[in-house]
Design a protein around this ligand. Structure first.
Ligand code: PEP
Ligand code: MG
Length: 775
């Protein structure tokens, strides 16, 4: 590993910079960093002798990189090179990299055992991230040559010039004897080389951005004409994609769903499992090995593209990206092994994708990682591709992964972190993907057969497959029977009928729901969550209408925008808050900005004129807020109006909040996090955030006894059939669950005799575990 020397006029400055950079990597991965700074601890100045001593201290056969601050620091360092052993001097590189950013980049890169060249290159690029963020065009100044001619065009693609259209552009451009560049006139980035996918995709050109395309060379005119033609076809994404996504049809949740069971078996698919380079022995022909691996990877991808289409064309373009390959070859020339160089450059590229604005484009980092691993496998001789079908084992589950994974291949998800109310878990559940959380750090070899049963909370490596398959068959039967009876009312043995409704995030949730007595929660911020501009009133009416239609005209409960916390809305940016879950969330946001709420209420009223609609306001705390919301709503005209009870203060004074209301709906996800002071997105405290905590149940009991109006539960506790029985026994009359659970909740309620549930014992229980035992 290379060593690093920091030369500065100020010891305090150098020590603080080193402290900051050292924080970025684990202690055992840190390079040696020596400081030559200040004439003493408090006097500013630089000293060549001190620098030469520091060089000696940081010396390594791999070289030493020297980062410097102002003027005489450079002179002192140059002089120090005269003092030290010429062999050491030959291994030393002085860099013009910025001290802080360069040092951070250098320490991080050096920790990966990168070569001196590679570390120096990274340090020198230290300002790029900041320049990029602040829109300093210089960071992108890669004009290959002055363009002979230019054209302007507009990006029509919904997700901008993301990897696939970018790949088509790159493929097209590289077919001409011309140098083509792109400049994004809206974000000020560019010009970049249009023949490099990494450059084009990270240009971050969004839908509606104007691009200036420049070209020079013998076929400049032909290249420009071809690019214009491709742009007219939305870069091959098809004519429809120029339009914004129709209201209510965001990608989230529209992919096919899972089995709806709570048990699964399959080979473990470990997210982010690294290919081990430990056994790789570098030779003297690393360039040749890389070329051979690239050729084979190219053949594999050619075949995949022919059979499976477009995405593999993007992979091919990534594989053959000249700019990226140059970086890899430079790093190999500087002494890195082929796989180390390849991994490092592709990791950086993936990180660049992850920094893009558009969520879809960000996810393309997974394409980069896929290409990275394909070549790494070839280089290190791993023939087996990591399984892509089976049970996904992840440390935590984010909503994007849950929404986009292919449920026909991933038959279940095992999450190491505990917790059931994060949005990733909610999305996976609403897609019916079998899921278990809280499996902890159990050792799971990649590809090993694993199984889980969320009902019993068991997760097994190398289980008795026959037994698990028998359980699956049994649960499938149970599920089939529940679905067959789904349209029957959920009338308990003691004669109470509980309405069981479905929570809707996308229209498809309503389409897929079996047996739902309506929707108890339409999460509008999810429904329009992928929009960059606010939906119009008409668009909202269309989406609400589609949901009502899918549910056969049964009542739907539309929740007004519930943004904040972990739910941002791109078209309603919020200020950064230190404590967003305790900040401007839900209704609180709109007291300062009522216009968007007014549009939504207008859409809700118009929908209510056609079909039964309830409206519900989220994150209410005070009676004053209720009065304000009712005033904004205006005449009710048959609309039923309610509030979410998610804040303990609202639960405790529900009687005074509900005087003018028709119903309240308890959001147990938030009520639990606020009652137990356990952030629902923080895996470390997830075991605390248990909806069956008796403290939460006592609040629910209090709400039922004091609301004076109908009480519903739409938090995820209502999706758990056992908890559903308890909620009904406490007096809740309406439950809204994730779609795949609706038939099971109904079936369980039909089997229950609510008089036999010992609610007093449950409320007096010591903790959630004891409640579970009692149930
Ligand atoms: C809740 O908090 O329980 C709820 C239903 O709202 P969300 O999960 O959308 O915050
Ligand atoms: Mg909530």
């Amino acid at each position: 590993m290379i060593g690093i020397v920091v030369v500065s006029h100020s010891r305090a400055l150098a020590e603080a910079a080193v402290g900051l950079a050292a924080e970025m990597v684990a202690e055992d991965k840190r390079p040696v960093i020596a400081i030559a700074a200040g004439l003493d601890a408090t006097t500013f100045g630089t000293d060549a002798m001190a620098v030469s001593e520091a060089l000696g201290a940081a010396d390594s056969p791999d070289g030493v990189l020297v980062l410097l601050d102002l003027g005489s620091a450079v002179l002192s360092a140059e002089m120090a090179l005269e003092f030290v052993d010429p062999e050491l001097a030959a291994r030393v590189r002085l860099t013009s990299a910025p001290l802080v950013e360069g040092l951070v980049a250098a320490v991080v890169t050096a920790s990966t055992d990168a070569s001196l060249d590679a570390v120096a290159a990274e340090a020198e690029r230290g300002l790029v991230g900041k320049q990029d963020h602040l829109g300093v065009a210089a960071a992108y100044a890669a004009p290959v040559v002055e363009a002979d001619r230019t054209v302007e065009l507009v990006v029509g693609n919904e997700h901008g010039l993301h990897a696939r259209p970018a790949a088509r552009l790159v493929g097209l451009v590289n077919g001409f004897d011309a140098v083509v560049t792109l400049t994004d006139l809206d974000n000020g980035k560019g010009p970049v080389d249009a023949g490099s996918l990494s450059m084009v995709a990270t240009l971050n050109a969004q839908q509606g951005h104007r691009l200036r395309v420049g070209a020079s060379g013998p076929q400049a005119a032909e290249a420009l004409a071809a690019v214009e033609e491709l742009a007219k076809q939305n870069f091959g994404d098809g004519p429809g994609s120029a339009e914004p996504a129709p209201a209510g049809s965001p990608a989230v949740g529209s992919a096919p769903g899972g089995s709806g069971l709570d048990v699964a078996i399959g080979p473990a698919v470990l997210a982010g499992a690294q290919i081990d380079l430990g056994a790789y022995v570098a030779g003297d022909n690393e360039h040749g090995r890389l070329d051979a691996a690239l050729a084979t990877a190219g053949e594999q991808l050619d075949e995949l593209r022919d059979n499976h289409g477009d995405i593999f064309a993007a992979h091919l373009a990534l594989l053959r990206d000249g700019k990226v390959l140059d970086d890899v070859r430079t790093s190999i020339a500087a002494g890195a092994s082929a796989p180390a160089a390849w991994r490092q450059v592709y990791d950086q590229l993936a990180a660049a994708f992850e920094g893009l604005d558009d969520a879809y484009q960000r996810e393309r980092a997974q394409d980069v990682r896929s290409v990275r691993d394909r070549v790494l496998r070839l280089l290190v001789g791993v023939t087996e591709e990591a399984p892509t079908d089976g049970i996904l084992v992840v440390p935590e589950l984010d909503a994007a992964t849950a929404a986009t994974l292919d449920a026909t291949r991933i038959v279940g998800i095992a999450v190491r972190a505990a917790g059931t109310t994060g949005h990733g878990v909610i999305v996976a559940r609403s897609r019916g993907i079998p899921l278990i959380t809280g499996i902890g750090d159990v050792d799971v070899p990649p590809g090993a057969v694993v199984s889980f049963d969320a009902r019993t909370g068991s997760f097994e490596v190398a289980p008795d497959e026959e037994r698990v398959r028998a359980t699956i068959t049994e649960r499938e039967g149970e599920r089939a029977r529940a679905i067959a009876d789904a349209d029957q009312p959920a009338t308990t043995r003691d004669g109470r009928t509980i309405d069981v409704l479905v929570n809707v995030g996308v229209v498809q949730d309503a389409v897929d729901a079996r047996g739902a007595d309506g929707s108890g929660l339409v999460r509008t911020e999810v429904l329009f969550g992928d929009r960059r501009t606010a939906p119009t009133v008409d668009e909202q009416v269309d989406a609400f209408r589609a949901i009502a239609r899918a549910l056969g005209g049964k009542p739907i409960t539309i929740r007004t925008w519930d943004i904040g916390g972990d739910k941002p809305l791109p078209f309603l940016p919020q200020d950064r808050e230190a404590n967003p879950f305790l900040g401007e969330r839900g209704l609180r946001v709109f007291r300062r900005r009522p216009e968007l709420l007014r549009d939504q209420l207008e859409a809700i009223r118009r929908t209510a004129a056609e079909t039964p609609v309830h409206v519900i306001f989220p994150m209410v705390t005070t009676a004053d807020e209720v009065a304000w919301a009712l005033q904004e709503l205006g005449p009710r005209d048959g609309l039923e109006v309610g509030i979410m009870v998610e804040v303990p203060a609202a639960a405790l004074r529900v009687g005074s909040l509900a005087t003018e209301l028709d119903f309240v709906s308890i959001g147990t996800n938030d009520l639990t996090q606020y009652t137990t002071a356990a952030d629902r997105t923080n895996a470390a405290v997830a075991p605390l955030a248990d909806g069956l905590d008796p403290a939460v149940l006592q609040l629910i009991d209090h709400v039922v006894r004091n609301a004076g109006v109908r009480v519903a539960v739409c938090g995820d506790l209502a999706s758990d059939p056992q908890a559903a029985v308890l909620l009904a026994a406490l007096g809740v009359s309406e439950l809204s669950a994730v779609g795949p659970q609706v038939p099971l909740v109904k079936a369980r309620l039909r089997q229950a005799d609510l008089r036999r549930v010992d609610t007093a014992a449950v409320l007096a229980a010591r903790d959630a575990a004891q409640v579970r035992g009692l149930l």
